[in-house]
Design a protein around this ligand. Structure first.
Ligand SMILES: Nc1ncnc2c1ncn2[C@@H]1O[C@H](COP(=O)(O)OP(=O)(O)OP(=O)(O)O)[C@@H](O)[C@H]1O
Ligand SMILES: [Mg+2]
Length: 208
């Protein structure tokens, strides 16, 4: 039975699709992975389309199902996959709610800035209303800095929600994505790949 990870955050451009793609590619090295793109922008589906043309890329299944059929689709895919990753649109609409409802873990990427944090609060509330565990992932994070510290302190006041692993602002994430690949495939020894693998290990620690 697969674990369902929904990437959600109503703030646009926070890194949902980037996170979904790189996690999917990294998991796919060892696990049977399916991705679901319920965002009408269809960026993850396009990434998947590029990936299909790459010889040697670990197989990942793409499902196009969204809307009221999502829950049934998740149940169907759970049976013969290990990990399902759902990328959602930058707003809390019915589809995003269903994707959160079906999740074993909701990942909320945020850049270290107040607007991202404020938007994340809405997603956390939704996850809490659906009784789904949620964690924040700091994305495009500088190694240090006052703003990062402020955002981390604010999150700490809400509880133990922030994952220790963070992703820096690294061109490797964007360039691997543009090729339909994950950073662990294009530059496995890079700092970016190490960050991604640390994140993956932390996620595995939560969902088993
Ligand atoms: N860690 C990172 N390092 C460098 N660039 C990044 C990183 N994370 C995201 N980006 C870039 O930021 C932009 C927005 O990222 P992405 O599309 O993943 O966000 P999103 O939350 O899915 O956006 P939307 O809300 O529109 O769906 C993209 O150009 C992506 O390449
Ligand atoms: Mg996106």
């Amino acid at each position: 039975m697969a674990v369902v990870i929904t990437v959600a955050q109503q703030k646009g451009g926070a890194g949902k699709t980037t996170l979904a793609a790189h996690l999917a590619a990294a998991f796919a090295a060892r696990r049977r992975v399916a991705v679901l793109d319920i965002d009408p922008q269809r960026s993850l589906a396009r990434w998947h389309g590029l990936r299909g043309a790459r010889a040697g890329a670990a197989p990942i299944l793409l499902s196009d199902v969204s809307g009221w059929r999502l829950a049934t689709e998740l149940d169907r895919l759970r049976r013969d996959h290990d990990v399902l990753i759902v990328d959602s649109p930058p707003q809390i609409d019915t589809d995003a709610k269903l994707a959160v409802r079906g999740a074993d873990l909701v990942l909320v990427p945020l850049q270290p800035s107040p607007p991202d944090l404020w938007a994340a609060e809405g997603t956390l509330k939704l996850a809490a209303a659906e009784k789904r565990p949620a964690r924040l992932v700091l994305n495009r994070a500088p190694a240090s800095g006052k703003l990062r510290q402020q955002v981390e302190a604010e999150i700490a006041r809400k509880g133990d929600l922030l994952l220790a692993a963070t992703l820096g602002n690294r061109t490797g994430f964007a360039s691997a994505f543009a090729r339909g690949l994950g950073i662990t495939e294009t530059a496995p020894k890079s700092v970016a790949a190490k960050e991604l693998l640390a994140l993956l290990a932390e996620i595995e620690g939560i969902v088993g």
